[in-house]
Write a protein that binds this ligand. Structure first.
Ligand code: M6R
Length: 612
């Protein structure tokens, strides 16, 4: 949540800040602001609304100076107004701060500062930090880094803070406690950001700060300290994402581009893991076959779309390995007193690698002695420090708030893990494993076939864009697809949608069905349950619903019951979510477009949810 960028170097800072903020706007877009240090002063411009509103506000103002910070906000404390937009300053206007996170004790700090005569002008939790730094700089002769260190001693909560001071026009100070911040330096410049896409144009060797670290970033150099002021070694990770991947590349929206990048995301996620014929290679999982054999249960924890990937994984893991799988929303997991021990394997899934609840869940699991595997798309993200093994998805940067290509890549990674466990534990015959690998290898081309139907899906979207409620129903892995399809529609089109187990419908939700309500039903991959699914479709039709069916080619029974029919190629039943989901992503996307909404930046949401 919140996009942060800082730049120091030989060029004008403002264009670099705006470019980085544009790349990180997916992290928050209710207001934006910049601060540039020059001539012993800090120029600040802030504006409520999307980044474009700030650009319009800046107009011809160039805010000259070669050191600055910028912020795109996702509001936690204080409404999204000009006054609450970051950067925030102290009384003198000589210190400026941007922040992502929540400072939990800001009320008491604010009261203390006010009693010392400080004038605070916003409703945010962030502003107190600028005033704390001001107090320390006034009282002691110290550097900005030391003043930030002193200020954060007083803070409780989660934060990534980036600070500048007019008195130190060559240095940016960044600090991290449970919220991501990355720093980097190249020839003659230093850069700080809350997400990798903002740094890609300048360097691929980046240093994600660890918890309780402070960085001092200057042109060409980075120094890292802990919260006690001890200097630390600077460890860099190499980012392979291409610069183009964070651009729209001719597509109208990032979401559409990312939907179309799914074949590549699948290929890239599978390539290395299927390099030996008929076998799964998972270099990332270092446990011995004996240790893997001792696993007695698996718990999957995740949020949102990643949770739906986990729901799918429950089916394949249980079917292929016969290990029982529990599935938990990460926000609930550690509060329910779960039973875990050293024979439990916990799989934490987070495309961003920064979701606060998922991080807390896997930390809890490790404390309980469980083995933890993280599935993530972001190198250097927080989850990579908290897990015993990391399974990267190779989807490239995902900018649209709605998860699409990272979801498909997660499905691939989780199926790979399930097959690997089956292979190592001997729970699946090698020939079956080889056959499943072949089926997975065919998926990218099959996704292309689904994508080719975009015209038809767009036409159907126009027909249903006016609906108030949607129901999505499925059985088995089809239920996963229904849940994910409904979430996609809700988040980008603001239409109420529920994903439901088809068999559960008549226990309550069928009361919502009336003439005109579209019901999306997943008829693929359910062979033993196919007739039951069709019966459910008949039931909703009998109550006046319009049916949008996802079925395999040549399914005439489905066609006879469909107001709209979308065909997806045949694959193994457990792999059908990969194909069905693409249809429903396109349906949600085109409905949002028909309603004139921006699918990339849905209201109230942020790409990476770094607060609980
Ligand atoms: O980064 P994560 O995968 O942990 O994110 C979890 C959810 O916040 C995320 O999937 C959210 O539901 C997306 N908006 C889904 O499109």
């Amino acid at each position: 949540m919140c996009g942060i960028v800082g730049y120091v170097g030989g060029d004008e800072a403002l264009p670099v800040l705006l470019d980085g903020m544009r790349k990180l706007e997916y992290r928050g877009y209710d207001s934006a602001g910049v601060a540039v240090v020059a001539d012993g002063d800090i120029g600040v411009v802030r504006k409520a609304g999307h980044l474009q509103a700030l650009v319009d506000e800046l107009g011809a103002t160039s805010l000259p100076g070669s050191l600055g910070i910028g912020h795109t906000r996702w509001a936690t404390h204080g409404a999204p107004t000009d006054l609450n937009a970051h950067p925030h300053r102290d009384c003198s206007g000589k210190v400026a701060v941007v922040h992502n996170g929540i400072i939990e004790n800001h009320d008491s700090i604010r009261a203390g500062l006010r009693s010392q005569g400080h004038k605070l002008t916003s409703d945010t939790d962030t502003e107190v930090v600028a005033h704390l730094i001001e107090s320390i700089l006034a009282a002691e002769s110290c550097s900005l880094r030391e003043a930030v260190q002193g200020a954060i001693e007083k803070l409780e909560g989660a934060f990534a803070l980036v600070c500048v001071a007019a008195g130190e026009p060559d240095c940016i100070v960044a600090a991290r406690q449970e919220a991501p911040i990355i720093v980097g330096a190249a020839d003659g410049m230093g850069i700080v950001a809350s997400g990798i896409p903002a740094l890609l144009a300048y360097t691929r060797n980046v240093t994600p700060l660890d918890d309780r670290q402070i960085a001092e970033v200057r042109a060409g150099s980075v120094r890292i300290f802990d919260f006690e002021g001890r200097e630390q070694s600077v460890e860099t990770v190499m980012v392979e994402w291409s610069l183009d991947a964070a651009e729209k590349g001719g597509y109208e929206d990032f979401m559409l581009k990312e939907i179309f990048e799914q074949p590549a995301a699948l290929r890239d996620t599978m390539r290395e893991r299927f390099r030996s014929l008929g076998k799964v290679t998972l270099d990332e999982v270092h446990w011995s076959t004996e240790e893997l054999a001792r696993i007695t249960k698996i718990v999957v924890v995740a949020c949102g779309t990643s949770y739906h990937a986990g729901m799918m994984a429950k089916h394949s893991i249980e079917h292929w390995t016969r290990i029982p799988v529990e599935l938990d929303l990460a926000s609930e997991f550690r509060y329910r007193d779960p039973v875990l021990d050293e024979h439990s394997l916990v799989i934490g899934i987070a495309q961003s690698g920064e979701t606060a609840d998922t991080l807390a869940a896997i930390r809890f699991a490790r404390r309980m002695g469980a083995k933890v595997v993280a599935v993530t798309n972001v190198v250097g993200s927080s989850i990579t420090r908290d897990a015993d093994a990391i399974l990267f998805t190779h989807a490239g940067p995902e900018i649209a708030v709605a998860g699409t290509k990272t979801f498909l890549a997660q499905l691939a990674a989780l199926n790979i893990l399930a097959l690997y466990l089956a292979q190592e534990r001997g729970s699946m015959p090698p020939a079956k494993i080889a056959e499943t690998i072949d089926a997975m290898r065919a998926l990218p081309e099959q996704v292309d076939e689904v994508l080719a139907a975009q015209g038809e899906i767009n036409r159907a979207a126009k027909r249903y864009a006016g609906a108030r409620d949607f129901l999505y129903i499925g059985r088995g892995v089809g239920m996963t697809v229904a849940m994910e399809g409904a979430l996609k529609l809700k988040e980008i089109s603001y239409i109420h949608a529920e994903g439901y187990a088809a068999g559960e419908l008549k226990h309550g939700a069928i009361a919502l069905v009336e003439p005109g309500v579209p019901v999306v039903a997943i008829l693929t991959g359910v062979s033993p349950l196919y007739d039951k699914m069709l019966a459910n479709v008949e039931e909703v039709r009998a109550r006046g619903a319009e049916t949008i069916l996802v079925a395999h080619p040549g399914d005439e029974r489905a066609r006879s019951l469909a107001n709209e029919l979308f065909e997806v190629p045949i694959t193994k039943p457990l792999l059908t979510p990969v194909l069905d989901t693409v249809t429903l992503q396109l349906l949600a996307y085109f409905i949002a477009k028909e309603k004139g909404l921006s699918p990339d930046k849905p209201r109230n949401l942020a790409k990476s949810v770094t607060v609980e």
